[in-house]
Ligand binder design. Sequence first.
Ligand code: GLU
Length: 483
Amino acid sequence: MLKTDVGTTMIKTRFAPSPTGYLHVGGLRTALFNYLFARKYGGQFVLRIEDTDQSRQVEGAVENLLNTFTRLGIDFDEGPTQGGEKGPYFQSQRLDIYHKHIQLLLDANTAYPCFCSEDRLKEVRAKRQAEKLNTPYDRHCVSIPQNLAIEMMKSQPYVIRLKSPESETVSFKDAVRGEVSFNSDEIDDQVLMKTDGFPTYHFANVVDDHLMGITHVIRGEEWLPSTPKHVLLYRYFGWTLPTFAHLPLLLNPDRSKLSKRQGDVAVEDYLAKGYLPEALLNFVALLGWNPGDDREIFSIAQLEQEFSIDRIQKSGAVFDVEKLKWMNGAYLKDLPLEKLSEIARPYFKDAGLEIPDETTYQKIVDFARKRISLMTEIVSESSMFYQLPEFSPEDLDLLRKKSSKTVLQYWLDQVPRKPVWTEGEIKELLKSTTQDFQVKGRDLYFPLRLALYGSCHGPDIPALIDILGTDEATVRLTRALQK
Ligand code: GLU
């Protein structure tokens, strides 16, 4: 594996999404790795919106993206200031820069205009595909003399293509995969500038990475085949290559490529389902990176310290939702109670449940958090404290048993005596019930739990009395006895 020596260079990374309307988990992984790498070395992290494909504009996509990053706590360092605010870069606002740069390539004859019609290109593509040729374009326009081409550009629609060299090796060092080489005969004369005057991804991406001083390009493996085209552009401009690091593919548990069909891929959907940002980031950080030991729980601050490109793996990383759930549960159990109570508040509100006094509310949250792995489950795990229990016929049989009635009656006599019961006092009460009435085990716990909680299984009796309080416990014991 290649070591990433960052030396004394100021690190600058970027996340460069095309705004599709939502943030793909793979996009989040890319953004996070770039963010962590920049933070680790005190560098800069840039957000650049690659919106040069006019046919793929999605209304509100950028706002949504920014909003999602804010919720995740990921911030960006740089962008042009807009109305006093530091915003992302938008490629659609940088067309002049691309035009200036494409002219440099035309002048140097390392790019050329192509006048082929869509129909011709389609035909050529199909034919070359059938012949199993490496590149889709037959370089029909490459031989048009430059002065003639300049004339033709005045009256005909055209695109500008990259002029790929013949039979050369194009190679670069990838920080994850080592030396990567391509034969230039397999590199298509890629369109760099479209008829509508907008650059393609390849061109704008390279120009911007250079002009913005990006030192490390960390991105998904799907961009690896495009990289030789980028390397050629760096060469033609005479620019130094950044360090490339291509992240392994994300896979479904059956090792197929992660797809929408097998589950959610939008980060927004995970947040809406009640995954905590911290848990999601922790989980995503481990998709293709590992700390070198078996630790799995990392705060973002720890990740900023520990992340390194050297520990990124080449092989695909499995996106295992069960693991994410487990991790989220672990975070829920660990979060400071006040913070969790704040996070839980809207869930109770949306469910129409009135929050009782703060102390009781926090007790409920503390109880429920031990039994959930998603925030969305918190309401159902707490609802027994808000609703009087419903009894099934079997429950009623149990409540009507002689020993049950004895226990419940005794507790109904005792519980109202104290406005607040400590855990120790409730334990004493349980003990004295056993001693005085010879009932123990399930004969003791089941009727009490059923009366107080609506189920034979659940929290300890002291915890139940503590959350319900004397008044509510009395109401429930009375009600159960009357059944
Ligand atoms: N705009 C590309 C994307 O949508 C950027 C790829 C890259 O990082 O170079 O992912």
